[in-house]
Design a protein around this ligand. Sequence first.
Ligand code: CP
Ligand code: NVA
Length: 300
Amino acid sequence: MRKDFLTLLDLTAQELNDIIDRAFEYKAGKAAPACPLLGKSIGIYFEKASTRTRISFQTGIYELGAHAIYINPNELQLGRGETIEDTARVLSRYLHGFVMRTFAHEKLESFAHNATIPVINGLTDLHHPCQALADLMTIKEKKGRLKDIHIVYVGDGNNVANSLIEAAVLTGINLVLACPRGYEADDNVYKNALSGGANVTIVADPVKAMKGADVVYTDVWISMGQDEGAEKKKKAFKSYQLNKKLLSHAKTDAIIMHCLPAHRGEEITDEIIDSACSVVLDQAENRLHTQKALLEVIIK
Ligand code: CP
Ligand code: NVA
């Protein structure tokens, strides 16, 4: 197991599988009652808002017997010019792990490189691997397997989309991303996945993309910190809204996924996100179980 979890590809296919299996045990209440992380302290550092990631990590850390220290970036000397490298070196002397949500992925990499403790990506502009863990668990829970499951992601080629692309490398899911031109997923992540043998396609037509979908996934059109040009972007995304009409082109038993928070009425309608085929709340719950399984293996 690598020291850090910065992108999904920091895991092998076997490690990913084991984490998902263990998460099912946690969900079923079957995991051993002992506290595997007793006496440890884990820093939780968030430069962006969070409801699910922060609270599920704090709760999960407590449930594993460890102590979560929430760190407000404005209260660190980092905000007064101390370097990210020195911050990482110093915090490694106190803590046993660090969860970080930030903007530039390079900042997370720089922190991880200088830290001697495991660092977990709680979301960057480029990746959201903890979300992908819960997404995969949810698909397995609802569809019984991952291999050959056909996922259609419709919308912005953002951090969530990039992590789903990496999921395709490790699991054998088929992934089609329908993104407006100019808003596709990260080119390096995509090319790397193709060279890793993943079954991933990026297309522009959301209607054609829906064909054969077992899972239909969407996310916000405007991610955190990316408000510039938002109005123009929303216009380009108009025909990418996940509504009843678009969904009618997917399989009749397709499930609906969204990492949340949703901008209801923009990328998804109330009717669809609140429908019987929507699994968004299970998906949110599974953040807790998968992150506990991850922490259990990554924190030494
Ligand atoms: N899905 C997700 O990461 O949600 P938060 O931004 O609320 O953590
Ligand atoms: N793409 C979204 C995900 C939020 C969990 C964002 O980065 O804001």
